[in-house]
Design a protein around this ligand. Sequence first.
Ligand SMILES: [Zn+2]
Length: 221
Amino acid sequence: MIRGSIEKLGFRFSDTKILLISHAHWDHCSGSAAVKELTGAKYMVMDADVPEIEAGGKVDFGRGIKSGDSAASQYQPTKVDRVLHDGDEVRLGDTVLVAHLTPGHTKGTTTWTMKVADAGKTYNVVIVGSPNVNPGYKLVNNALYPQIASDYERMFRVMKSLPCDIFLGAHGDYYGMQAKFARMKEGGPNPFIDPEGYKSYIAEREETFRAEWAKQKAAAR
Ligand SMILES: [Zn+2]
């Protein structure tokens, strides 16, 4: 699918120079080994997610368990070529992406920002990593990820500080991709320019996190 999408945009898949992800979960990185092998792209990953990527998803930090036999969440261990740190820039030609550490969902979940120019205007783009607390995530007494809850708090602080005109994310359902794409094809203003949608999405996700955290703290007492 990735190869097909790149080629549909008129590029050669083999020209891929840099491979970036949002976080070390299989649905975002299990194709990475194949992409590297087919294109020779340099794989760049946020520092705190590197051990998980290079181990092929052996530990589920959120649930606080070793994945063990649950092969479903594992993938081919993949060598990282450049370790990224919070605030690092990734450049290709005139394009500059900034890697923001927004942890919690995984230790190294990354939110990408960039600026794009269109018709004389410059827009701030935010590509959300993940603000989600998955089912089964342990926010209290998590031996494999003791600071998980304070990491979520840090992530929400970062998210609220980022200027956002164009709201994108690691899953289309974060930002209503299908509905916005349908509206875009009808013409009119670009629906992906959605600063208010970004703010209300982050606010709703933070409320959901805080409710789950409160519930788990009460149950642990
Ligand atoms: Zn995930």
